[in-house]
Design a protein around this ligand. Structure first.
Ligand SMILES: Nc1ncnc2c1ncn2[C@@H]1O[C@H](COP(=O)(O)OP(=O)(O)OP(=O)(O)O)[C@@H](O)[C@H]1O
Ligand SMILES: [Mg+2]
Length: 227
């Protein structure tokens, strides 16, 4: 196992016209599941978009060890699905973007179709395979976006509130699939999550954005009474 950071930042500031969050020193290692919480408008999405390379750092450095775009999966807060197209079409876009190679003896086309249908199944959407995305519920659309990323199998997933609108059972299913992926592929997940309980339940580390800084957050029940 390599324990080189997949993503790392040093003194990173993010923002558009002015600094929103500064002094971000973050290292994302294989197997990490990092939750980012904080109030609305504080800059969580801006952090993710900067980590994804969609907007330039305001200041400081951002480094990654990724080979090409296929190794980075981004699930935007507004999902970025092709709404008139089917679930299958949207998930296949993930399979098409992958940087991975099919097992020997399997054609690329066949392998991508298999990967697509596995991801749809993992998200409990098999009966919606041919349904246009615009006809799905909010939670089903979020699961479609997650399936697209599962099919892509990136080395790091940056997910922006991808669990909102899901009930507990679906959160369990989606996170179960993500956990498996992270374990099997030694990939990592950075997830913006507004539900603090959930962040602590599913993440290996939780960071809170507050007062323009990112602070490590201890579990409320651990409250510093250890050590
Ligand atoms: N494209 C943009 N250009 C300029 N400012 C922007 C842009 N997008 C967002 N902002 C501003 O940056 C600030 C942080 O927005 P951001 O979307 O990062 O917040 P957030 O923490 O993700 O909030 P929420 O929890 O509501 O999603 C806001 O004040 C917003 O108005
Ligand atoms: Mg946001």
């Amino acid at each position: 196992m390599d324990d080189e950071a997949i993503l790392s930042t040093r003194g990173l500031s993010v923002g558009y016209d002015s600094e929103l969050v500064s002094g971000i020193d973050l290292e994302v290692f294989p197997g990490d599941i990092i939750g980012i919480i904080g109030s609305s408008g504080i800059g969580k999405t801006t952090i993710l978009r900067t980590l994804a390379g969609l907007i330039p750092p305001f200041k400081g450095s951002l480094e990654h060890t990724l080979n090409g775009n296929g190794e980075l999966g981004y699930i935007p807060q507004r999902l970025g699905l092709v709404r008139h197209a089917s679930v299958e079409h949207n998930v296949a876009l993930g399979a098409r973007a992958t940087a991975r190679k099919p097992p020997e003896g399997t054609s690329v086309r066949q392998w991508k179709a298999t990967v697509t249908h596995q991801a749809i199944k993992a998200m409990g959407l098999t009966d919606k395979t041919r349904e246009p995305v615009r006809r799905l519920s909010g939670g089903q659309q979020r699961r479609t976006a997650t399936a697209r990323t599962l099919a892509q199998r990136p080395r790091v997933i940056l997910a922006d509130e991808f669990l909102s609108e899901l009930d507990a059972e679906n959160v369990e299913m989606v996170f179960g699939a993500i956990h498996r992926l992270v374990r099997e592929d030694a990939s990592a997940l950075v997830v913006v999550e507004h539900n603090v309980e959930r962040a602590f339940k599913y993440c290996t580390r939780v960071l809170e954005v507050r007062d323009g800084r990112m602070h490590p957050l201890l579990h409320p029940l651990q409250g510093g009474d250890e050590e």
